[in-house]
Design a protein around this ligand. Structure first.
Ligand code: M6R
Length: 623
């Protein structure tokens, strides 16, 4: 949710900032801006629209300088306009600030500033209030002439003093026209990373923005304030105490975050799934003991045996993975498992028993709702683990342990490979807990066999891409799509519908197949296809009944099936997509792939912006 890039060094800042913004565009893309300090003056370019619009503007009106900040926005406060685009300025116009997060008490702070005579507000944003507050505190402290080192110290003090008054979340970066070679960053609740270069330093919301320039990174914690020059940086707390942070090596390279030969990140990420599912299981299967090895849980065998209930929490696709996990853990380990929307869990007084183990599932590890749930769970004293892809994320760092997905950067706003990695990990958890309880060695060994077969089976499903593209073309005039599944595949129906609505903007809903007759059937009509995830499993005949009910009402049916399914569906379903045979508990990992492809191909047919769908952002770091 909003991307920040800052630069201080010897090179021209603008190309580096623009390049970083392009890599962060997945975080928000309704407006963008840049401010560069040039010989004691701030040069600013900003506009509503994508980074491409800003690039065009900067081609016409170039800026020069080796110190600057930039921002790509996902609007929270204030409409999408040039004026509301970041950077924002203090009353003097000399301080430029970019912000990711929400200043909840901005109105009270603004009223106070107005009372003190500052009425020079140019935007509707909460961010501008913070810029004014810092600027006011700085200007007051610099009433007399001071040298540059003293100006730096006073600006830093002003930032700390202002942030102590803020209620809300922020990742910020700012520069001041009077202070060369100096930028300040701070975070609370929104990510910020410092890239350490040779004679240059960077600040960014995500390392992907700066990995082309440096792979040495310092991940800031909440309440850290960093002051960076060309050759040095210092991190202190909001109170001004020095804090030590390790410099980590970024795991991936700039090439890893490219599209390769694919037209879209989403398609690339769908096709990466044989490898990413393999990577999620790598070194975690123990065929001798017929179980899983998950050392990152940081729990002893007795502690694991004492777990009596699991709560899985997350948002969007991660929540859907949790819903499959509920079926999985109950089937394999046979103990109570609940799934909660992270946003609800946090504010709800869910009765929890002492033996409850909580998992926060999040690709980015930065989703504000999921982070809030994690913090609430830990505050109440529950052991809370993460299932994250981003190893440097806040959720990964704040949890008591967990399991990394190792899926590599996921850039497409629609989550794909992270979902199947999450499912693979939840199967490993089911196996681990199952083997500590009633799951026999033979059954454990079967689960391992099913997991090991998955990468090859996903490859086989990906070969159906052309068939699915033809289906997408056939239904390009559809007025929406319904998705149905039962048991393990009910959450897959939810996920299929989410993918469809996110990137095609078509109306789409997912339901348990049997719910059809309790109301949804009223929607069935010839221009609204129903996708049934109906593999040849224990509930196939029930699904078949529901398919017949749709057909009887002239609703087109796209069936995703397996085994003997095609034999029964021939002449009933309009389209039949055949999956490899697999046990019910791993079928969602295969069944979701055609749904991802269907949404993708339909979105392309409809000329949608697949990787950056409207109104969305990849990482939702606001509540
Ligand atoms: O990074 P997270 O896994 O925490 O993200 C959670 C959701 O925001 C995310 O899954 C969202 O629903 C995706 N756009 C779905 O494709």
């Amino acid at each position: 949710m909003c991307g920040i890039v800052g630069y201080v060094g010897r090179a021209q800042a603008a190309p580096i900032l623009l390049d970083g913004l392009r890599r962060l565009e997945y975080r928000g893309y309704d407006s963008a801006g840049i401010a560069v300090v040039d010989g004691g003056r701030l040069e600013t370019r900003k506009c509503a629209g994508r980074i491409a619009a800003l690039t065009q503007l900067m081609r016409k009106q170039p800026v020069s300088g080796s110190l600057g900040v930039s921002h790509t926005r996902w609007a929270t406060h204030g409409k999408v306009t040039d004026q509301n685009a970041h950077p924002h300025f203090d009353a003097s116009g000399k301080l430029a600030l970019v912000h990711n997060g929400v200043i909840e008490n901005y109105q009270a702070l603004k009223d106070e500033l107005i009372r003190s005579g500052d009425t020079n507000f140019r935007s509707e944003t909460d961010t501008e209030v913070l810029a004014h507050l810092i600027g006011k505190l700085y200007d007051e402290s610099c009433a007399s002439t001071v040298d540059i080192p003293e100006k730096k110290a006073r600006l830093l003090a002003a930032v700390r003093a202002a942030l102590r008054q803020v209620i809300g979340t922020y990742g910020i970066t700012l520069v001041h026209a009077d202070i060369p070679d100096f930028m300040i960053g701070a975070r609370r609740g929104s990510p910020l990373v410092l890239g350490v270069g040779d004679g240059e330093n960077f600040l960014a919301s995500d390392v992907s923005a700066i990995v082309a320039y440096t792979r040495d990174a310092v991940y800031l914690n909440d309440f850290d304030v960093v002051a960076a020059g060309r050759d040095k940086f210092e991190i202190t707390s909001l109170a001004g105490d020095s804090t030590e942070h390790p410099v980590s090596k970024v795991e991936f390279t700039a090439e890893d975050i490219g599209k390769g030969d694919y037209p879209h990140y989403m398609l690339k990420e769908i096709f990466e799934q044989p490898n990413t599912v393999r990577d999620a299981m790598r070194g975690r299967l123990d065929p001798d003991e017929c179980t899983a090895k998950l050392g990152g849980l940081n729990m002893t065998p007795p502690e694991l045996r004492d777990v009596g209930r699991i709560v899985l929490t997350g948002c969007g696709t991660a929540l859907h993975a949790g819903r499959v996990g509920e079926y999985l853990i109950e089937r394999l380990a046979n103990f109570p498992t609940d799934v909660e929307y992270a946003s609800e869990f946090r504010h709800r007084n869910t009765p929890m028993t002492p033996e409850t183990l909580v998992f926060a599932i999040s690709q980015s590890g930065e989703t504000a709702d999921t982070l809030g749930a994690l913090r609430e769970s830990r505050r109440k004293g529950f052991r809370t683990l993460g299932i994250c892809n981003n190893v440097a994320s806040t959720i990964a760092r704040e949890s008591d342990g967990g399991v990394y997905m190792h899926a590599g950067p996921e850039i497409g706003v629609a989550a794909t490979k992270s979902f199947t990695s999450q499912l693979a990990i939840l199967t490993l958890l089911g196996l681990l807990f199952g083997r500590m309880r009633n799951l026999s060695a033979t059954d454990g060994s079967r689960v391992i066999g099913a997991l090991e077969a998955l990468p090859g089976q996903i490859e086989a499903v990906l070969e159906l891409s052309d068939q699915i593209k033809e289906i997408a073309k056939k239904y390009v005039d559809a007025n929406g799509m319904l998705f149905f599944g039962r048991q393990f595949n009910f959450p897959v129906a939810l996920e299929g519908a989410l993918k469809m609505k996110e990137i095609t903007y078509l109306f789409a809903e997912g339901h348990p197949s049997a719910e059809l007759k309790h109301g949804v059937i009223a929607l069935v009509r010839p221009d609204l296809p129903s996708v049934f995830i109906a593999p040849d499993d224990s509930v196939f005949s029930k699904n078949l009944n529901n398919i017949e009910q749709v057909k009887a009402r002239k609703g087109p049916v796209i069936a995703v099936t397996s085994g003997n399914g095609p034999k029964h569906l021939k002449g009933i379903a309009n389209e039949i997509i055949v999956l490899p045979e697999a046990p019910e508990y791993v079928m969602p990992i295969l069944a979701v792939v055609p749904l991802q492809l269907l949404a993708y191909h339909l979105a392309v047919e409809l000329c949608r912006d697949v990787d950056k769908p409207r109104n969305l952002a990849k990482s939702v770091t606001v509540e």
